[in-house]
Design a protein around this ligand. Structure first.
Ligand SMILES: NC(=O)c1ccc[n+]([C@@H]2O[C@H](COP(=O)([O-])OP(=O)(O)OC[C@H]3O[C@@H](n4cnc5c(N)ncnc54)[C@H](OP(=O)(O)O)[C@@H]3O)[C@@H](O)[C@H]2O)c1
Length: 327
């Protein structure tokens, strides 16, 4: 467990100065209770450059020295999915709290093993699923729970974009657990579970890329409260990536739901209430929740628990197996 004085900010270390790391750190560096301590890469030049660009104190060209750095309290892991488990375990065994990018691991078995590892070491671990921390998404849940759309019946959500075609790219490469489900399908699956509850039944079909990873996938889920979800994810089509939740007395529209900024409540074809997030971007609320949890001495964040990660892993595995079986 991290013991840090209230007047000392938490020391952050980052592994994987790549595509998403930049977006994350743009917001992390605005957080008062965060000190940018160290960056680790396989390439010392890349980590040094990243550290200089964003104001980290130190950089490492290997992971071993990074894990020994006593100023690092929390490790943010932002590398391809297949490396999440081993790196999280190394960080945990060094006594560091871990925020690991989604998906926590590519399989249910590995996710379970990693969660158990964190639990046995009594160290904070969270999958970086930003969506449920966003105020606009919380507002949508509040509207549903308050009966503002009546009985929820149907959720529609997509995460589709024109992705890379290079077979070596991590999204296309099976060796790096590429494929649309683990990378972006996780978002609509997350949203449907968050807003409608556990899925009783999941059906999926889709097409595979030439490399064998899922390229385009359609998913239908059925939930206990008599509601359903219809979702898609793809690297080959361009969609608005909005979510709509329709109920017996109204609907909620969430533009670009995975990084939601606004949510609208509609009844009889009219917007009757609009909500917009306050300050902070797409990961600020998540970072603050992680900080608060660690400060409170807890090892699991109530906003995205270990059970949540495991259930998400179960949904994704089921979907991927069905796509493989039907394509
Ligand atoms: N939460 C979100 O909104 C969000 C958004 C995008 C991505 N993500 C997640 O973040 C993770 C990284 O995504 P990304 O798009 O940032 O990845 P990326 O740019 O392809 O790679 C990130 C870093 O991982 C390391 N890496 C790449 N390939 C590697 C390999 N074959 N072996 C070892 N290390 C390798 C590299 O670091 P070095 O070369 O410097 O060692 C690279 O800079 C993924 O798990 C993804 O799901 C989350």
């Amino acid at each position: 467990m991290i013991k840090k004085l209230k007047n000392q900010p938490l020391g952050w270390g980052l592994i994987g100065p790549g595509r998403f790391a930049r977006e994350f750190v743009d917001e992390l560096r605005e957080i008062e209770d965060a000190e940018l301590v160290a960056v680790a890469s396989r390439d010392s030049r890349r980590s040094a450059e990243f550290a200089k660009d964003y104001g980290f104190k130190k950089s490492y060209g290997n992971y071993e020295e990074f894990f020994e750095d006593e100023e690092v309290d929390i490790v943010y892991i932002v590398v391809p999915h297949v490396f999440h488990k081993a790196l999280s375990e190394k960080a945990i065994s060094a006594g560091k709290a871990v925020l690991c990018e989604k998906p926590l691991t590519p399989s249910v078995a590995d996710t379970q093993e990693l969660l158990t590892y964190a639990w046995q070491h009594n160290v904070f671990l969270m999958e970086a699923m930003k969506t449920g921390f966003l105020p606009a998404i919380k507002k949508a849940k509040e509207w549903i729970d308050a009966g503002r759309i009546g009985e929820p019946r149907l959720l529609k959500a997509d995460f589709c974009f024109q992705g890379p075609t290079d077979p070596e790219d991590r999204l296309m490469n099976p060796e790096l657990a590429g494929g649309a489900v683990l990378d972006v399908g996780i978002y609509p699956l997350y949203l449907s579970r968050y807003l409608l509850g556990e899925a009783k039944r999941i059906s999926a079909t889709g097409t595979l890329a030439s490399t064998g990873v899922e390229e385009s996938v359609a998913i239908i889920t059925q939930h206990a409260n008599n509601s359903s979800s219809a979702m898609t994810c793809s690297f080959r089509t361009e969609e608005a990536m909005d979510a709509v939740i329709q109920g017996t007395e109204g609907e909620i529209v969430i533009p670009k739901f995975h990084a939601a900024v606004t949510a609208k409540l509609r009844q009889d074809g009219r917007v009757i209430e609009s909500y917009r997030n306050g300050s902070g971007g797409m990961v600020t609320a998540e970072i603050k929740a992680v900080t608060d949890t660690i400060r409170a001495g807890h090892t699991e964040c109530p906003g995205h628990t270990h059970t949540d990660s495991l259930e998400l892993a179960r949904m994704m595995e089921l979907v991927r197996n069905q796509v493989l079986a039907t394509s």
